[in-house]
Design a binder for this molecule. Structure first.
Ligand SMILES: NC(=O)c1ccc[n+]([C@@H]2O[C@H](COP(=O)([O-])OP(=O)(O)OC[C@H]3O[C@@H](n4cnc5c(N)ncnc54)[C@H](OP(=O)(O)O)[C@@H]3O)[C@@H](O)[C@H]2O)c1
Length: 306
């Protein structure tokens, strides 16, 4: 599980004043909503009170040492307990305020920061970031009032300068396994700059789409890699995922099915299942997870009969 912080801070690190936000930037609130939607959000009691209601479409955990019940929210007595309550989820978001950030920042792997340009008066602050965070993505919004920047940082062991393409690929794959998509993207980009390789291009395409790049860029890259190596299982899996994520669901599902016929195993079946293409198991009297059903299901897929 990725533990992330999401915050908006001014150039002088102010995040709050008099129990509220010192600015009004609708696009920042929209971004907050889209990043956290469907996930668990963890916040301090004072931040909850400044919002005044649970955040819709999200599991709300409020930290309080003395409060007992808040309708629509779960209560946690400390930060580790709040994080443990979200165990098993893909990503959990620490949403402030200053007191909570102080304790939780050292536990975070990813930061989504909106930097609001200007110096503000305030009474809540984002503490200095712990060591090891590297900026992996930045967008500038000079036309918001006030102007702002959106920055994503991830805690990484630095990619050593002088690393060769193979080391970068290995590091990128480790990052992919840990769902650190921005780090994976950076490693694969550097590896490709040193030595082009279709498999790495397809890994890069998947990291790109998972880290917010346009679907088209990722799709073109994944499809080019597939043209070069149409039977490569890793490329087939990445291409199927990228096509689905970029909105080409039926083409993506066909690609995944081709992968199964080419010998792809549980990763392909899991991806197909995630997209809701599950059919009845071959032996209906046995559970879907029974080894006979699993084996027969895979066999039928490979024979293009399922
Ligand atoms: N710009 C941003 O991104 C952003 C984000 C969030 C909030 N804010 C702003 O930040 C300000 C609020 O921040 P704040 O620092 O004053 O308060 P806060 O961190 O939101 O809440 C503090 C309260 O949370 C509980 N708490 C904190 N740490 C805890 C822990 N480790 N274990 C259990 N409970 C814990 C305590 O509640 P009890 O007193 O009930 O025990 C504490 O009094 C507001 O102005 C808000 O608008 C800004």
């Amino acid at each position: 599980m990725i533990i992330s912080t999401i915050a908006a801070l001014s150039d002088n690190r102010v995040i709050g004043a008099d129990g509220g936000l010192p600015w009004d930037i609708p696009s920042d609130l929209t971004r907050f909503r889209s990043i956290t939607m469907g996930h668990t959000v963890i916040m301090g009691r004072k931040t909850y009170e400044s919002i005044g209601h649970p955040l819709l479409g999200r599991r709300n955990i409020v930290l309080t040492r003395k409060g007992s019940q808040i309708e629509g929210c779960e209560i946690a007595r400390n930060v580790p307990a709040a994080i443990a309550a979200a165990e098993g989820e893909e990503e959990v978001f620490i949403c402030g305020g200053g007191e909570v950030f102080q304790e939780a920042l050292p536990l975070c792997q990813r930061l989504y920061l909106t930097v609001v340009h200007g110096n503000y008066r305030g009474d809540a602050f984002l503490p200095e970031l712990p060591e090891g965070f590297v900026e992996l993505h930045r967008e500038e919004f000079p036309d918001t009032t006030p102007p702002s920047s959106f920055v994503v940082l991830e805690k990484v062991e630095r990619v050593e300068t002088g690393a060769d393409a193979e080391q970068l690929r290995r590091k990128g794959r480790e990052a992919l396994n840990r769902q650190l998509y921005f780090l994976a993207r950076r490693c694969f980009e550097q590896a490709q700059a040193l030595e082009e390789n279709p498999e790495t291009a397809s890994d890069l395409a998947y990291s790109l789409i998972k880290s917010g790049a346009t679907g088209r860029q990722a799709r073109d890259m994944a499809e080019r890699a597939l043209l070069q190596q149409p039977k490569n299982l890793r490329i087939l899996l990445n291409a199927g995922r990228v096509l689905i994520l970029s909105g080409e669901k039926s083409k993506g599902l066909d690609t995944l099915r081709r992968g199964v016929q080419a010998g792809g195993g549980p990763e392909f079946v899991a991806e197909l299942a995630r997209c809701g293409t599950r059919k009845l198991q071959p032996i209906k009297s046995l559970p879907r997870s029974h080894p006979l059903n699993r084996y027969l299901g895979l066999l039928l897929h490979r024979m293009n009969l399922k």
